[in-house]
Design a protein around this ligand. Structure first.
Ligand SMILES: CC(C)(COP(=O)(O)OP(=O)(O)OC[C@H]1O[C@@H](n2cnc3c(N)ncnc32)[C@H](O)[C@@H]1OP(=O)(O)O)[C@@H](O)C(=O)NCCC(=O)NCCS
Length: 128
């Protein structure tokens, strides 16, 4: 519906993984990865259209590989569709061991964010 800005050439988020965010198996808790995905989607939504956004849906979340303490994690976020009040964003999470190596795709998810006004009601992405 709306015009989409070209994809960002940098990740929406890049950060390192700490022991406090592990699960009982010692790898990084999936819920923590999802919170980073959610934040990265918000960064991308605001890049497309400055303002306030809330997450209305997450789809096709796939945890392909575990993430380890010390990994450097990058979350890439690309807008795939802009509707009247919502934006669809595809996210990819890549992890790299701190002692070197390549980025490896560990998680993917589709996120829908809705732009809201001061009353928390949906508001147009591209006002007419
Ligand atoms: C997001 C929210 C404002 C939408 O309110 P609503 O009254 O359902 O809004 P509408 O029916 O007008 O839909 C608004 C947009 O959201 C989309 N949408 C609404 N419900 C959806 C759902 N279940 N799945 C996917 N998209 C949905 C609609 O398609 C519409 O997109 P469009 O305008 O681009 O076509 C409301 O559901 C809300 O506040 N949810 C809580 C958000 C939140 O707190 N998130 C943080 C995580 S807890």
């Amino acid at each position: 519906m709306g015009s989409i800005r070209p994809p960002s050439r940098v990740p929406a988020i890049r950060t390192t993984m700490f022991p406090k965010d592990t699960n009982p198996n010692g790898s990084i808790f999936g819920g923590f990865i999802l919170s980073l995905v959610d934040q990265a989607a918000a960064v991308e939504a605001i890049r497309q259209s400055p303002g306030s956004f809330v997450t209305v849906a997450m789809d096709r979340v796939v945890f392909d590989k575990p993430v380890c303490v010390g990994d450097i994690v990058s979350i890439w976020a690309e807008t795939t569709r802009i509707g009247r009040t919502s934006i669809d964003i595809h996210t990819k999470v890549l992890a790299r061991p701190r002692d070197g190596g390549d980025d490896v795709l560990v998680t993917q998810a589709d996120v829908r964010m809705v732009k809201i006004d001061a009353n928390r009601k949906p508001t147009p992405i591209h006002p007419e």
